[in-house]
Design a protein around this ligand. Structure first.
Ligand SMILES: [Zn+2]
Length: 78
């Protein structure tokens, strides 16, 4: 079973469909059970979408890290 801290680590792979079948299923299961992470994914997708699809992979990596960091800090404040 995935824990909340595993979600940000796998979020980008999930969105890019880089997760294996089993991991993907576990990811989805966690989202079904956890409103906290559902909200995280919603924000994550929104922010990721804001950068558009045509981005160099290296740049995307940096963006994803920033997004994850920003969202984590936001979660801590609540
Ligand atoms: Zn969670």
């Amino acid at each position: 079973m995935l824990r909340c801290k595993d979600i940000p680590e796998r979020a980008s792979a999930y969105v890019e469909r880089d997760l294996g079948r089993r991991e993907r299923a576990m990811f989805r299961l966690h989202l079904m059970l956890c409103s906290h992470c559902r909200r995280f994914m919603r924000q994550f997708r929104t922010l990721l979408g804001a950068f558009g699809r045509k981005r160099p992979p290296a740049l995307a990596e940096a963006h994803v890290e920033r997004i994850v960091k920003a969202l984590r800090e936001q979660q801590r404040e609540e």
